[in-house]
Design a protein around this ligand. Sequence first.
Ligand code: G6P
Ligand code: ZN
Length: 583
Amino acid sequence: MTTFKVVTQSTSPYTDQKPGTSGLRKKVTVFQQPNYLHNFVQATFNALSIEKVKGSTIVISGDGRYFSKDAIQIIIKLSAANGVRRVWIGQDGLLSTPAVSAVIRNRVGSDGEKAFGAFILTASHNPGGPHEDFGIKYNSENGGPALEGLTNKMYDLTKTIKEYLIAEDLPNVDISSIGTTSFRGPEGAFEVEVFDATEDYVNLLKTIFDFEAIKNLLARPDFSFCYDALHGVAGVYAKKIFIDELSADESSLLNCVPKEDFGGGHPDPNLTYAKELVARMGLSKAAPVSEPPEFGAAADGDADRNMILGKRFFVTPSDSVAIIAANAIGSIPYFNSGLKGVARSMPTSAALDVVAKNLNLKFFEVPTGWKFFGNLMDAGLCSVCGEESFGTGSDHIREKDGIWAVLAWLSILAHRNKNVSADSKLVTVEDVVRQHWATYGRHFYTRYDYENVDADAAKELMAHLVKLQSSLPEVSKLIKQVRPDVADVEKADEFEYKDPVDGSISSHQGIRYLFQDGSRLVFRLSGTGSEGATIRLYIEQYQSDSTKIGTEAQDALAPLVKVALSLSKMQEFTGRSSPTVIT
Ligand code: G6P
Ligand code: ZN
């Protein structure tokens, strides 16, 4: 058996290793600086406490983006030196973020051991490649992202780190084939086990959904399906689930070969970046198609996000979570005993609130970031949750789950079509959504993103918006000058959240303007960008009048958009006359 020695290397701190909404995300070139990754990983071990790390099992994998393979070998060497007993790696270093969560929660090793935590190597929906983004995020024992207490501790330690432990002579491990490689170090045995990336995750999904019912839906001659992995890690799971398990046709898959640079694309499942799928679904004016599929979906790089489309029809993520919650019982076996509660992030539309109220469900509004749902789920308070940022999920794991969302939608469609014969009309995605609006009213919703804005300009804009909040009559006056048809502002604040489980307080979570008619404007700075600042503007209007719910979203929201741009002095502060992306 190969033996290794442990070396203590001296290092000096970097000052920019503060994890954001979802871990540390930087350009690859930043991560390639000497000891940059080493420092962060060692600080994580130190923050977790070396005593706990010793003898533990740690998962290391990610979305396969550029630099992942190098990073995995480095983290293996650091783990070995810090006394980790066993490292679990998905074949080729690939595991989607939801799959990592499933592995932490469910995988049991040969001697009964479970994982202590995971390093997930991803920058999610950000582009990849030598000049693009890399990222690393630590997930804890519950399968969810490390909580702020831990990430703050990690950050503090990165500011003072002086040395790290490394097994420099440990040979690189072959992560392309399944199997276990064993080594011996000063603390005893150290193992690297490479396993099938789909195993634990697919087994879990099979306990949640009725695969047979979905298979029957996919087999209907009047149903057609298309899934775009945008060259992210979702491709690995799409093949296994949609083709092998559910017998969909290979031609249903788009961009399902994972690539280090996502084929040069931006692996974010929205109407702007998932261009090919959007065109195939008949949603591109420039490239009309005669017979688009009935159902389309896309994932981001690490497969935790999703976009759901019908034939020539876009489902907003805010509607998606509301519709899943409203239909879960009856369509998805996992929920047959009921929903413990539902939750959404603050900027997400209030469509879910209406469902919660009608179905008498516990409801929570949390700050942006999946970790806030985790606490609720651990406490048994939440079954289904979602975010406007194309994240939807449930308490089966502690991450949002792109493929789960697709299977949830397919389950709803399967259920709705159960008694519909193939020669009568299929109940479509659009039918499901329109029926939902007819029952619950519609929340028109859009988000404007201003990416890579000068950081100081963005701060000034936000400060201006906070200042405005001190006089609501003044705000209403400004609004009336721009659009007399927009309601008065009833309340304006900065969102603050007190976690009902651990009592922790998160402040400055977005600037809100709440209107008398239930409309909302929310302004937030993104916590996931890696360059400059990204300003997000969320615009929402509720409509329960059945004669008006069919209006085009952009038309319905035009007055509020105008008010938002004027109140915030967007162009004045940022120099931008239009957003980078509209979702
Ligand atoms: C990640 C998190 C989500 C969050 C999103 C927001 O995807 O996992 O929970 O909604 O980032 O990002 P932002 O850029 O708006 O901070
Ligand atoms: Zn992601």
